[in-house]
Design a binder for this molecule. Structure first.
Ligand SMILES: Cc1ncc(COP(=O)(O)O)c(C=O)c1O
Length: 443
């Protein structure tokens, strides 16, 4: 870190971070390998969050690193409008094989936020193409996180993220969130309330007229808000109601795809077939920014194959300069090989019960209000300090990093855990003993 003076910390405006506090107490990492980061002061930090829910294959995997290096030397960039490069098609075909049912087409972008906005636009274009242009309403869920584009913010349901930014998209409504008092300390999918919570969709449809609704978008497991696994029967009922009314169901799998639930997708793990799936993060194991949307055959057919546009006409006017960027496709192809060859989804499945056991051992520590988990996603919710919501969680994150060499993620007073799928049982043990020490030290 030679030459890195205090004034270096001025110009970069950090996202979703208290910037003034950060400048006083920077949490800098300078390298990463396997399941660890290296902090600027040389400490090895156990990565209990896979970066930001994304480095599912661990850090610095030689195969992925080499694929990116090689590609940068061969094809630095290829325009995705009117031209393409072969890897884009290879990757789309691999993803088609990975996702269940007839999610046969992939549209590429660069982030989860872009994937969500793309999926919402595909949904609207689909109904329009079928002569149902009155279907313009979108339904999200309270406390849902779908990124920070205006589309994703609109269907998203986290108040503080939305408040500053005006009225957002018109014609959007929200289902109730799924965190119920009755389900505290549930292991895996919570037992209570699924059918009733999904029933709220019927009430919204009654209010708005189902014929005006284009799509319902949900995270199969709400991640960013602090890991809310779907109650038993909940997603099943949402699927049944949306199908009955010709409404598309979008699973936002930016976090849950690529092994987090022990399978290629939550759709596969939970055996529910959505119409569109959004992806990002684990697609390249976090190495190169990339997002995508998986699309069912019928939707692609209506918009593209049956388009009334002339031969030279564009069927769907949407895309990004860096859609299917060659470095991203190289990273994604290598990542998918690593997932397969090292059987990382099966490994996640095998680790999940050990993770669950270790996580729920924390329930009796002081200040713990709830513990939740599904697959390799987990949360420990802390009691807020009176009049200072979020302060206890923030202190847990700081102490974990500086005093216990542990990287955890926080949302308010909830600690979220999502280790790389490459964690060992010994590393899980370390994670929970360090986290227990953090929680014991909090007042
Ligand atoms: C479910 C979900 N959707 C969308 C996003 C936004 O992704 P990005 O930050 O890559 O734009 C996230 C990010 O955490 C997410 O968890």
């Amino acid at each position: 870190m030679s030459g890195f003076g205090a004034n270096h910390l001025e110009a970069f405006w950090l996202p979703f971070t208290p910037n003034r506090q950060f400048r006083r107490e920077p949490r800098l990492v300078v390298a990463a390998e396997g399941n660890h980061y290296v902090a600027a002061d040389g400490r090895r930090i156990l990565d209990a969050t896979a970066g930001l829910w994304c480095c599912n294959a661990g850090h610095g995997h030689p195969r992925i690193v080499e694929a990116i290096r090689r590609r940068a030397g061969e094809l630095d960039y290829a325009p995705p409008f009117q031209f393409a490069h072969p890897d884009a098609f290879t990757l789309a075909a691999r993803l088609r094989d990975l996702f269940p049912g007839d999610l046969d087409y992939a549209f590429f972008c660069n982030s989860g936020s872009e994937a969500v906005d793309t999926a919402l636009k595909i949904a609207l274009a689909y109904h329009r193409a079928r002569g149902e242009g009155q279907r313009v309403r979108l339904i999200g869920r309270e406390r849902g996180y779908h990124g920070v584009g205006f589309g994703g913010l609109s269907v998203g349901g986290i108040g503080p993220n939305r408040r500053l930014f005006g009225p957002l998209l018109p014609g959007v409504d929200h289902l109730p969130h799924t965190l119920l008092e009755a389900n505290r300390f549930a292991r895996g999918r919570p037992p209570h309330g699924g059918a009733e919570l999904a029933g709220a969709l019927e009430r919204l449809l009654e209010l708005h007229d189902p014929q005006t609704v284009a799509a319902v978008i949900v995270e199969p497991v709400a991640g960013s808000i602090g890991v809310y696994p779907p109650p038993v029967d909940y997603l099943e009922r949402l699927r049944e109601i949306t199908a009955r009314h010709g409404i598309l169901l979008i699973f936002d799998e930016v976090i849950t795809a690529f092994g987090r639930l022990g399978a290629g997708s939550a759709a596969e793990a939970l055996e529910i077939q959505p119409d569109l799936i959004t992806l990002a993060k684990g697609l390249t194991s976090g190495t190169v920014p990339m997002g995508g949307v998986m699309v069912r055959r019928e939707i692609h057919r209506a918009i593209v194959e049956e388009s009334p546009a002339p031969e030279w006409g564009i069927e769907f006017p949407h895309g990004y300069t860096y859609s299917a960027h060659p470095l991203a496709t190289a990273a994604a192809l290598a990542t998918l090989e690593v997932y397969r060859e090292e059987a990382l989804f099966a490994r996640a499945r095998a680790l999940a019960p050990v993770f669950e056991e270790g996580l729920h051992r924390l329930r009796d520590l002081p200040g713990v209000r709830d513990v939740r988990n599904l697959g390799l996603m987990g949360a420990v919710e802390l009691e807020p300090r009176p009049g200072a919501a979020g302060a206890r969680g923030f202190e847990a994150m700081r102490r974990a990093f500086f005093e216990h060499d542990l990287m955890i993620r926080i949302t308010g007073d909830t600690i979220a855990l999502s280790p790389p799928l490459t964690f060992t049982e010994a590393e899980l043990e370390q994670l929970f003993s360090r986290l227990a020490a953090v929680l014991r030290a909090l007042d």
